[in-house]
Ligand binder design. Sequence first.
Ligand code: NAP
Length: 306
Amino acid sequence: MDNNIYDICIIGAGPGGLSAGLYCSRSELKTLIIEKETVGGLITTTTEVENYPGSEKGATGTSLTQRMCEQAEEFGCEFAYDYVSAVEKAEGGYKVVCDMGEYFAKALIISTGSYPNMAGVAGEEEFRGRGVSYCATCDAGFFKGKKVAVIGGGDTAIKEAHYLSRFAGELYVIHRRDELRANISNVRKIEGDENVKVLYSHVPVEIKGEGKVTALTVKSLKEDREYDIELDGVFVFVGYKPNTDFLEGIVDLDEGGYIITNEKMETSAEGIFAVGDVRNTPLRQVITAAADGAVAAVYAEEYIGK
Ligand code: NAP
């Protein structure tokens, strides 16, 4: 039997893909998960995962998804580390074209997640990795006792600001509206952080520095004035974009580029399913991605059986 032929190929090893991998391999389907970087997906860049029921106290995105990965492997799920550049219709299924090889599967489950947006501020690109960061877990340690800003007012921004406040001396949250978008449970956390100050109705204008970040120019929308805040780091958390470029023309996408699915996680293409953050779902959480993975696995199995 050809080693590159599978019943199910899952693209992306975040919680949705890993859950689908567990269900598919446990149903004795020959299952492959292809991952371009590290197992676990975007949740590995967050700190504590408090809202996945049953997870150990203090569980991190990495520890939780590492266990999901082991569980799938225990039932025979295989992993390949490669970058998927295209998906093509083939006889009896689909061909998955990667940088280092090709795979064939009767059905596909797409769980490629999303990647962080840039804020589009002058200097953001220039100082990326030199004071500008998109990952608090990765970079918080560089800012012990220092002054930093977080751009954004959503759940990610506020949750990560709370985490960063343990490291930073002073922290400014720069939010463009006069109320936060984040859920009240996350807002409550920063309310208790004495070193955190939220600048409402402020937009970032320019990240300045010499070799590394030294200041952020902000504009107060209410006062219609610009001023500089001297600081050492700027963390950007202004939402995400789906990883669906390689699927254009293969499955229907919504106006944001997210994959359109029905309640069985079926896409517009027969035999292709989508789960987790990459699909047009009302809630993007580990638990919803994992649940999507289970649903997709069951209906992918049914599809193959037909
Ligand atoms: P989000 O909810 O889309 O929030 C993005 C934030 O960035 C918003 O406050 C937005 O402002 C701001 N923003 C967007 N573009 C900007 C720009 N160019 N300049 C300045 N500010 C900009 O994204 P998210 O916080 O990453 O969350 C994504 C999803 O994951 C959400 O559904 C969220 O609930 C979920 N999530 C949940 C948790 C949890 O603990 N439950 C944690 C993380 C994420 P406006 O508010 O004015 O639009």
